[in-house]
Design a protein around this ligand. Structure first.
Ligand SMILES: *[C@@H]1O[C@H](CO)[C@@H](O)[C@H](O)[C@H]1NC(C)=O
Ligand SMILES: *[C@@H]1O[C@H](CO)[C@@H](O)[C@H](O)[C@H]1NC(C)=O
Ligand SMILES: *[C@@H]1O[C@H](CO)[C@@H](O)[C@H](O)[C@H]1NC(C)=O
Ligand SMILES: *[C@@H]1O[C@H](CO)[C@@H](O)[C@H](O)[C@H]1NC(C)=O
Ligand SMILES: *[C@@H]1O[C@H](CO)[C@@H](O)[C@H](O)[C@H]1NC(C)=O
Ligand SMILES: *[C@@H]1O[C@H](CO)[C@@H](O)[C@H](O)[C@H]1NC(C)=O
Ligand SMILES: *[C@@H]1O[C@H](CO)[C@@H](O)[C@H](O)[C@H]1NC(C)=O
Ligand SMILES: *[C@@H]1O[C@H](CO)[C@@H](O)[C@H](O)[C@H]1NC(C)=O
Length: 366
């Protein structure tokens, strides 16, 4: 009986396949907001006349063979997420020639959550998103379809590190002072996310910040790295709380979020690189001085570049290698990794019915 049902199922599956050749259009959408960890090359369009290291050797040398404006030897976490849902690379929004059918990347190196730079900060990235929404509205005409796409889209968010790196923190700052600094950053992240909700966004993947006191740039430049570590640790602790608060408020009934514990995984790799397939967690691949914490790709300073980039967590003093971003995206994908909660990124992309999933179901039935 079971095997007859199985045969019939396979037969109908076969017919289904014949009648539905693999040319259905993709119906997934991805947006990203944030700093250099997510930047895909917006800067060139913002500062056309400036020398920008991320558009020069050795950035981009691993995967693309040429620098793209990404702060990595290869891809960012956003690229890996897009790949996994069969989306084309999500283009930087400032590139007016790009095709934004499946989303846009608003992230920019140096961008803060609080207002600081009206060209790149979170508020300006949301202004750009508003512009994109208008473009979509014009193209789609149908407002129901526009709302459906914005709601279906996944929004990746990485903010906070640059707020803390920019801060002039008194070295004898009390715990209360540090907390109030963190509250201002998180308050702005929260406010901006609510604005995105009002534009129609629903599914947010928010990552916290690296254990800043342990990254090559801070170890090389700060005389009190403990302060930065404390700020990052407080940020990591409080971020889930502010998101939960948005969800609990009656103003945002469809709000959905998950938090990627970037702090936790980066700390773990720095402490025990070998356990995650790396050789070096404390020193960058590209840069100058003891930790190669600065000057990667600079014109006016000498810097070194490592041989085998896949052995390193950090590509430069603050950003990761292609190999590390690949691992991070994998850990984000599935909540079973223990580094993302309460959902994995894959839960926000309910899988389209592929032949593979049908076969798996058939096997389960048989
Ligand atoms: C943008 O990409 C979509 C999907 O691939 C395609 O249908 C559309 O024609 C493209 N638009 C332009 C202007 O090339
Ligand atoms: C508008 O979009 C909705 C949702 O995608 C769809 O059901 C409806 O048929 C569309 N209306 C028109 C006029 O195309
Ligand atoms: C570094 O910052 C911590 C936390 O505020 C503080 O307790 C410590 O005294 C500072 N150390 C120095 C050397 O300033
Ligand atoms: C956002 O940051 C600004 C400083 O740029 C601060 O004055 C404001 O209070 C913050 N907003 C919230 C809600 O914390
Ligand atoms: C490293 O580069 C920075 C510029 O980012 C420069 O200020 C610093 O002096 C350099 N350090 C050394 C030891 O060359
Ligand atoms: C680079 O390092 C990785 C990871 O340690 C290793 O698997 C690979 O064989 C190395 N490649 C070369 C060319 O040495
Ligand atoms: C992509 O999806 C596969 C299968 O679900 C998963 O095993 C893998 O970790 C994912 N990779 C990334 C980079 O998200
Ligand atoms: C949030 O997303 C998860 C995973 O897709 C889903 O199971 C859950 O029902 C959603 N919650 C809300 C409030 O939409």
């Amino acid at each position: 009986m079971a095997s007859l049902a199985y045969s019939l199922f396979i037969l109908s599956l076969f017919t289904f396949t014949l009648l539905n050749p693999v040319c259905t259009e993709l119906d997934e959408y991805l947006f990203s907001f944030g700093d250099g960890l997510y930047d895909a090359g917006n800067a060139k369009f913002i500062y056309p006349d400036k020398y920008l290291p991320s558009y020069h050797h050795p950035y981009g040398t691993t995967f693309f063979d040429y620098p793209t404006g990404r702060f990595s030897d290869g891809r960012t976490v956003v690229d890996f997420v897009a790949e996994n849902v069969s989306l084309p690379r999500i283009p930087p929004f400032k590139n007016k020639e790009a095709n934004f059918t499946y989303g846009a990347n608003f992230a920019s190196e140096g961008a803060t959550a609080s207002d600081s730079n009206p060209l790149i900060d979170f508020r300006s990235q949301i202004r750009d998103f508003g512009e994109l929404k208008l473009e979509w509205a014009v193209q789609l005409v149908n407002v129901t379809e526009l709302a459906r796409r914005l709601k279906k889209a996944v929004y990746l968010i990485s903010f906070g590190a640059d707020d803390y790196l920019n801060y002039e923190i008194p070295s004898e700052a009390s715990r209360e002072q540090l907390e109030s600094i963190v509250d201002v950053v998180l308050g702005n992240i929260s406010d901006r996310i609510k604005e995105l909700y009002d534009f129609g966004a629903r599914k947010f993947v928010v990552e916290n910040v690296a254990p800043l006191g342990l990254i090559p740039f801070i170890k090389q430049t700060s005389d009190n790295s403990t302060l930065f570590y404390e700020l990052a640790s407080l940020h990591a602790m409080k971020l889930p709380q502010i998101l939960e608060k948005i969800q609990d408020g009656y103003l945002f009934p469809e709000f959905n979020y998950t938090v990627f514990n970037y702090f936790g995984i980066i700390k773990e790799i720095i402490d025990a690189p070998g356990e995650h397939g790396f050789k070096y967690g404390d020193i960058a691949c590209c840069g100058n001085s003891t930790y190669r914490g600065q000057a990667c790709g600079f014109l006016d300073y000498e810097f070194c570049v490592c041989g085998n980039k896949t052995e390193y967590l950090f590509f430069d003093g603050t950003h990761n290698t292609d190999a590390a971003n690949n691992l991070l995206a994998e850990l984000m994908w599935d909540k079973e990794s223990g580094f993302i909660s309460p959902y994995g990124v894959k839960d926000f992309f309910p899988s389209p019915t592929t032949i593979q999933t049908l076969l798996t179901e058939a096997t389960a039935l048989g």
